[in-house]
Design a protein around this ligand. Sequence first.
Ligand SMILES: *Cc1c(COP(=O)(O)O)cnc(C)c1O
Length: 385
Amino acid sequence: MLLDQHYLFAPGPTPIPDRVKAAMNQPMIAHRSQEFPKLLEDVSTRLMPVFGSENPVTVLAGSGTSALEAAAANVIEANDHIVVIVAGAFGDRFAAICETFGANVHRLNIEWGNTCKPKQLEEFLQSIPNDIKAVFATYCETSTAILNPIKDLGAVVKRLTNALYIVDGVSCIGAVPVDMKGWNIDILVAGSQKALMLPPGLAFVAISDTAREVIRNCKAQRFYLDLNRYLASYETEKSTPFTPAVSLIYGAQEVCNMFEEEGFENVIKRHQLLKTMTREGLKAIEIPLLTSDEDASPTVTAVRTLDAPSKQMKKMLKDKFAITVGGGQKKLKGEIFRIGHMGYCTPFDIIKVLGSIEMTLKFLQGTNVLGKAVKRAEEVWMDHV
Ligand SMILES: *Cc1c(COP(=O)(O)O)cnc(C)c1O
């Protein structure tokens, strides 16, 4: 095989389009120049529909976790009561962040592989006697490949509490619909290296007017991640308080061009198709999946590895076919592998990964399923064209 052929199907980082790479190669500009404010304003406002935000999106230099930490650091004061929906490793991470900032964290534990049902959140919120400062949910819980019903959960938060509703959209914003106002979301965070087709290094925070007030009045100590500094710098000079990741922001501008050319509704539809092709293809060769069709995310699919040969699949996909998939995290380590299909991903890419899985099965188990998953995926695709 050609040594420069690598196929990245991890649920982040994800492949980068050539035109985004080219955009990032533009000459460096000073962030206190005349050019930079135009660039930042362009990106912050053109990302608004992608985040379903009524306000320009705040851009930080950092990985997705920096945006999660910013959300916690700008809202939580010591001893606040915070509810965190923990449906996997990333819900767990946010709970740990909140604990670091001195919150009383109430974890609503959901069985891994399932979504949080509105009724579960309702009963949980009713069981807590304290005033709740914020409720946190993961939109796509990447570790289990589910997509939580963020809209319906937001309606419960709104009906039962005065809490802020904070959503981790790191592994799906750029691939799914969202409406912050309509769904009662106050803070929505994302990272660059998942569905947004960029290298790692940018974090995004979209902030509602309500959250803005809470952030302004929050007395907790913070410096680099003090969102007030970012909001003030943007408002007064369309800039950032500290040196921004200029090249990545050029890349983000090209991503906005790509979203607008394809049409964001079509981007969303493409991810639905990728999901259905992947799942139907795998079902056709009797590969067990972790989640139900209804709970599954359009950006990542989790495959169960129940027996010894299937636990070899991830390694063989890499060694024989140069395909990188993600492993299981925490308690799912060794129990699943995850196929990322978000961002710069086409139906042809799904054919590639399914074909490789067929061959891997033949190598490992001698089962002759060649062509079966691919055929089924092609049928699904043909229904869409
Ligand atoms: C990837 C990811 C993050 C952030 O991870 P970083 O490694 O800090 O970029 C947060 N939440 C979810 C749901 C993710 O998938």
